[in-house]
Write a protein that binds this ligand. Structure first.
Ligand code: ADP
Ligand code: ASP
Ligand code: MG
Length: 408
């Protein structure tokens, strides 16, 4: 008898008809003699609606109360799904994350799972029940409800699969697996049958929202293969994400991702002030930002020994106002002459383990963008990815031309 964890995202459980459609996937596995644990998201756009309602009340709400409210969407889905299964004659029981419990740290809105108590779930499974758990939430050691960040139900599913030592972890969604880019933006996308977790981790962290990046991290660390499938297709073979680099040398690039809402800040150092006070050192700038909770992404610094030194970095646009305020306030301390910024940027990333052994991918990427009239504001690379900040209004074009270049 195998243990199967299945997760259904918001669009898969959007209404009652869809909830009954989801029951078919669950009961198919159960009827074959397997033990089934189901993780669900809030229905449709429920969580977006809750975020909007918070915006009507407060600009900077209490993070604790934000989590209390956001966790409610999933509660509705678990109860409804349990009732649907009961109507079909199955014994189902639902749990909120705190009831399991899924213990997390106290980092509201971005909590990390520390421990899952799986005893009660195991007992229910052994008693022939189908267990349904809310995605995206847990409880900290003080008893406060926490959430994992938007899209975090995937993480609940993979973490439960790891804790239960499950035989399969299936993530059902509205597309038939992982594609070479977002099928809603790019034409001629290719389905990827197997993908290594390193590539998926990069793609998910760089904006391919099909999976929450932390679920890929957990899958990688606990060796849980993740099978991404379509809820709505009859015969979905989906994409299997696993640890070995199977694709190595077959595909140079596996995917292209986009992340909107990036900003760039440039700190122009005051040479005279710097010589006097040893300021304008990168550590001073970034320590200041870290002390104020600003997450920095790409950093570029160059110094030719004669000219004034600049430090440029990118951040999420939602942090722009706060970051500018801090930098302006401490301008003297960090030795800055001017602080410049530009908003409305998107990060395009080309990802593939095949890059490791293939020279010239960067050159081709930059040439393709240049030939399409797309300015590159910042560039960062790792062993298996190249990311470029481009103007947001050229971002989809950038994805398409890079996709045409590498994937056709
Ligand atoms: P769910 O509600 O099931 O969690 P999401 O909306 O979070 O679903 O994720 C599925 C969406 O991810 C797809 O509809 C698709 O637009 C988007 N997506 C972005 N990049 C990719 C990719 N490379 N492959 C597949 N889907 C992608
Ligand atoms: N309902 C949450 C969200 O919309 C979690 C999820 O869907 O994974 O972000
Ligand atoms: Mg999702």
């Amino acid at each position: 008898m195998a243990i199967i964890v299945q997760k259904f995202g918001g669009s898969s459980v959007a209404d009652t008809e869809k909830l009954f459609a989801v029951c078919k996937h669950i009961t198919r596995e159960f009827d074959q003699g397997n033990q089934v644990v189901v993780v669900v998201s809030a229905q449709g756009k429920t969580t977006d609606g809750l975020v909007k309602q918070i915006g009507e009340i407060a600009e900077t709400p209490s993070q604790r109360e934000y989590d209390v409210l956001l966790s409610t969407g999933e509660q509705i889905t678990i109860a409804k799904l349990a009732m649907c299964l009961q109507e079909l004659g199955y014994d189902a029981i639902s749990y909120m994350g705190w009831q399991v419990p899924l213990i997390t740290d106290g980092n509201h809105a971005n909590a990390r799972i520390e421990y899952i108590e799986s005893k009660n779930i195991r007992a229910d499974l052994d008693n022939g029940k189908i267990v349904i758990v809310t995605g995206f939430q847990g409880v900290d050691r003080q008893g406060n409800i926490t959430t994992f960040g938007r899209g975090g139900s995937d993480t609940t599913a993979v973490a439960l699969a790891a804790a239960l030592n499950a035989d399969k972890c299936e993530i059902y969604t509205d597309v038939d697996g992982i594609f070479s880019s977002d099928p809603r933006i790019i034409t001629n996308v290719k389905k990827i049958e197997t993908m290594c977790s390193d590539e998926m981790l990069e793609l998910a962290s760089l904006g391919a929202k099909v999976l929450h990046s932390r679920c890929v991290e957990i899958g990688k660390n606990y060796d849980v293969p993740i099978h991404v499938k379509s809820t709505f297709m009859e015969e979905s073979c989906g994409t299997l994400i696993k640890n070995d680099r199977d694709n190595f040398e077959k595909l140079v690039i596996s995917g292209i991702a986009k992340q909107d809402n990036n900003s760039r800040i440039t700190v122009i150092c005051d040479k005279i002030l710097c010589e006097k006070k040893d300021s304008c050192q990168p550590y001073k700038v970034f320590k200041l930002l870290a002390d104020h909770g600003v997450n920095v992404d790409i950093i570029v610094k160059s110094h030719d020994g004669t000219a004034e030194t600049d430090i440029s970095f990118s951040i999420e646009s939602k942090e722009l106002d706060k970051t500018l305020k801090v930098l302006k306030k401490y301008k003297q301390d960090i030795g800055a002459k001017k602080i410049l910024h530009s908003d409305g940027l998107s990060k395009i990333s080309v990802v593939g383990v095949g890059m490791v052994n293939t020279p010239g991918v960067a050159a081709i990427t930059f040439e393709v963008l240049h030939n399409s009239g797309i300015d590159m504001h910042m560039i960062s690379t790792s062993e298996i990815k190249i990311s470029i900040l481009v103007d947001a209004d050229k971002a989809n074009l950038a994805m398409q031309v890079l996709h045409d270049q590498f994937m056709s």
